[in-house]
Design a protein around this ligand. Structure first.
Ligand SMILES: Nc1ncnc2c1ncn2[C@@H]1O[C@H](COP(=O)(O)OP(=O)(O)OP(=O)(O)O)[C@@H](O)[C@H]1O
Ligand SMILES: [Mg+2]
Length: 263
């Protein structure tokens, strides 16, 4: 399959007051076009750092990152990001927050009415049509997260980078948005890199689950390829022995091979 995102021997350190902290070391990962990859690992192992490097928001200390045949050196419209802690502009409404991103990508190519329609469609997709004119301080944490998702989807990026996008949501909303994401990604054939803590979510959504070792100097520990046919149905999978085998493989990695580091 065609490689679309490629990380080669990527390392990242941070200079802190206590000296140099080596977060990642020697990360190699190659992601095919249209592939859905999740990153899983214990808190603090470096998942967000990997995602932010692909987003171009952080610069690698060593190694190379390529997206769509070009070296990554900064953010770009072909890579849409949903952050772990929703980052909406507080002085703008939900509509305004999404519209701003839509404008950045499609202004010049489309009319104002089309941009508005895109914005409304994205908000409808995440079930927020009723809240379009509310400001971030007037909506719940889960709703803010959904605005962030709508904003990224509305840009129709080639690569969708999601940092625990459903972490703050209740179980029902979470299941609904997972299904929506599966549907949207199925339709758009987007490449997705998603960070999650949730083993079931990882198995349900992924083509491959990248399991990271604990830091410092975290790296890719092992990869599980999930070969469950698509479209996937969460209810049918509940009784699928293959589904449970994948789940067990990830749990074993997290709780036997890479135990949670002492705080
Ligand atoms: N700007 C920074 N300066 C110093 N250290 C940092 C910085 N950003 C991240 N780190 C450290 O790098 C390591 C990896 O952080 P990262 O946020 O990538 O972890 P994570 O796997 O996303 O964790 P979580 O699951 O809790 O979100 C952590 O030890 C963190 O403290
Ligand atoms: Mg994180």
């Amino acid at each position: 399959m065609e490689k679309f995102v490629e990380l080669t021997q990527v390392s990242k350190h941070f200079d802190t007051k206590k000296g140099r902290f080596q977060a990642l070391e020697g990360v190699n990962l190659s992601i095919a076009k249209g592939e859905f990859v999740t990153l899983i690992g214990h808190s603090g192992c470096g998942k967000s750092t990997v995602l932010n490097l692909i987003a171009g928001l952080l610069e690698a200390s060593a190694g190379g990152l390529i997206c769509n045949g070009r070296e990554i050196d900064g953010p770009g419209p072909e890579r849409g990001v949903v952050f772990q802690n929703h980052s909406l502009l507080p002085w703008m409404t939900c509509f305004g927050n999404v519209y701003l991103a839509v404008e950045k990508v499609f202004a010049g190519k489309e009319s104002k009415a089309q941009l508005k329609a895109r914005t409304e469609a994205a908000l409808a997709m995440v079930g927020l049509s009723h809240a379009t004119h509310k400001h971030p301080n007037e909506i719940s944490g889960g709703m803010k997260q959904r605005v962030g998702i709508a904003r990224a989807l509305a840009m129709e990026p080639k690569v969708l980078l999601l940092d625990e996008p459903f972490g703050a949501l209740d179980a029902l909303t979470r299941a609904h948005l997972q299904d929506e994401l599966l549907r949207i990604v199925g339709e758009t054939q987007s490449t997705v890199v998603m960070v999650t803590h949730d083993v079931d979510e990882a198995v349900l959504l992924s083509d491959r689950i990248v399991m990271m070792t604990n830091g410092p100097a975290a790296t890719v520990g092992d990869i599980v390829r999930v070969e469950l046919p698509r479209p996937r149905d969460r209810l049918a999978l509940a009784n699928d022995p293959q589904y449970h085998a994948y789940r067990t493989a990830v749990l074993e990695f997290l709780y036997q091979r890479q135990q949670r580091p002492a705080a």
